[in-house]
Design a binder for this molecule. Structure first.
Ligand SMILES: [Zn+2]
Length: 511
């Protein structure tokens, strides 16, 4: 495939920018923020960060730094969040960045709601917002502290909401036991089932509360879930998988299946058969007709399995529609965004369930994950997982090459080298182009740029050149902006600067 983008290693262009006349020279030394607001009011230059960054480093200081050095005009603050990928200091065990405290918050991190829940919004659900207040900073309403400062600086604020709960076992047992997912073996899980009416009402309550109580520019909703079929065959980038622990088979799921004409018992039976097949595959017990044929035969015998995966997609998307409707009922000017997870980029099964045009009808903007450094090791995990089950007859390298073709990837590194090499800027560009083409102008596309997402030993770590090249590649695709991800507390400042340099240079090129 033709190389679309040459990235940072293009000294001639950068030399030209530095020496190309008085105007370019003046722009080159101007603060990024000035350019962003003057020349590109329509481009959203966003960054994700958690409450910890503000509490550790100061609201004013963090916002000034991001605005001046990275051209940030919008922040996505993790407001309802238990997940360390978006929240807290650096993930324990990985090096600290060169800003903020060099001390782990492992012992004190809890997560939760970093705004003030108002009881009146939670009347329709047994799950109460005040039970979720994050205790990390003594219950401080971090969103309320950040908003006025951001407004004063002309920075827009999105509250990010992530739909997971990571509760201590006793709290789960006493408060949430009726709302969690049930796996194939009948075991209750820690994840919340979005077919439970109280759960749907809870997310509506959270976003209605946020939209009503705060002067927000937007709400970004995250629900990173794959569905039962994808989990059963291990078509994920998890380091390992267990086909038995697939969800959800609760009473509300049973009801939802019946409403859509799906035979719940047949679906369950099909998943049991699938589980047995996967377990045999993992033990290297090859069916006489081959692994893939056996899998395909199961799908023919149990179309209810596919229907049940689709039911999951329906439930997942319905939550987003709930969120959109709830927010717009308060104020139609508040933007609603949806995070499109990484697996959508490399899993053809998952892609098939995510139609960009359909998603565009549910949101004002989609944040599309195109994290290219960590993609190397994540994609290899995905390939190794599917190669250990349904594609066990295909050598891993060849399976990856086939998958690359199915996905429209360019010439990326070999399976062996990919974790260390990461994905190229071409990947960032082409995935951004695909998303823009997919939504057909019906919503905004904002690629999420990988800045320092922790990876395993030996795997690609973001460098300033990587960050610059990825940001340039994304902006070259002409999206509505970019979102630097996943959280400021894992980013080195040299990488933040490199992102800012790319924003600035891409604006020069357009002017
Ligand atoms: Zn359920």
């Amino acid at each position: 495939m033709k190389k679309i983008y040459t990235g940072a290693a293009n000294p001639s262009r950068r030399k030209f920018i530095k020496s190309g006349g008085a105007l370019a020279a003046a722009i080159a030394v101007a603060p990024v923020a000035t350019l962003a607001s003057k020349d590109s009011p329509e481009k959203l230059i966003g960054i994700q960060l958690g409450a910890a960054s503000f509490m550790d480093e100061g609201v004013e200081q963090v916002l000034d730094l991001l605005q001046e050095r990275a051209g940030v005009n919008t922040i996505f603050m993790s407001t309802f969040c238990y997940d360390r990928g978006l929240n807290g200091r650096q993930i324990p065990g990985y090096p600290f960045p060169d800003h903020g405290p060099k001390e782990s918050d492992e012992g004190t991190y809890h997560g939760g709601f970093y705004a003030t829940p108002h009881a009146k919004f939670y009347e329709k659900t047994a799950i109460k917002g005040d039970k979720m207040t994050a205790p990390d900073f003594g219950g401080v309403d971090v969103l309320a502290r950040v908003l006025p400062v951001a407004k004063k600086k002309g920075i827009k604020v999105f509250a990010s909401v992530l739909d997971t709960f990571e509760y201590p076992a006793d709290v789960l047992e006493s408060q949430l036991k009726d709302f969690v997912e049930v796996d194939l073996q009948g075991q209750r899980k820690k994840t919340i089932c979005f077919f439970r009416p109280d759960v749907r009402e809870f997310w509506k309550a959270v976003v209605t509360d946020l939209a009503s109580s705060y002067d927000l520019d937007g709400i970004m909703f995250f629900n990173e879930r794959n569905g039962p079929l994808i989990n059963a065959v291990g078509a994920t980038h998890a380091e390992s998988f267990s086909s038995a622990h697939i969800t959800c088979f609760c009473e509300d799921h049973k009801r939802a299946a019946a409403e859509r004409g799906i035979d719940f018992e047949r679906a369950k039976e099909g998943f049991h058969k699938l589980d047995e097949f996967v377990q045999r595959s993992l033990k290297n017990q090859r069916p006489s007709d081959g692994y893939y044929v056996e899998f395909q035969r199961l799908m023919l015998q149990y179309p209810e399995v596919l229907a049940y995966q689709q039911l999951f997609d329906y439930g997942k998307h319905r939550v987003l529609e709930d969120v959109r409707d709830a927010v717009k009922a308060v104020n139609k000017n508040i933007q609603v965004g949806f995070h499109i997870e990484h697996v959508n980029s490399w899993n053809p099964f998952y892609r098939a369930g995510r139609n960009y045009e359909a998603l565009a009808s549910m949101a004002d903007l989609l944040k599309v994950v195109v994290y290219n450094n960590c993609a190397g090791e994540r994609y290899v995990n995905f390939i190794r997982n599917i190669q250990s089950s349904i594609f066990r007859d295909v050598p891993a390298e060849q399976l990856m090459r086939l998958n690359n073709h199915l996905l429209g990837y360019g010439n990326e590194a070999s399976l062996e080298q990919l974790p260390a090499a990461g994905f190229s800027p071409d990947y960032v560009y082409s995935e951004t182009v695909r998303a823009i083409a997919g939504v057909k102008g019906k919503c905004k596309i904002l690629p999420g740029i990988d800045i320092g997402i922790p990876t395993e030993k030996g795997s690609r770590k973001a460098s300033p050149d990587d960050t610059y090249a990825a940001t340039m590649a994304a902006l070259k695709a002409k999206p509505d902006g970019v979102i630097f991800s996943r959280k400021y507390s894992e980013m080195m400042l040299a990488n933040v600067d490199a992102a800012g340099r790319a924003v600035k240079e891409s604006l020069i090129k357009r002017s």
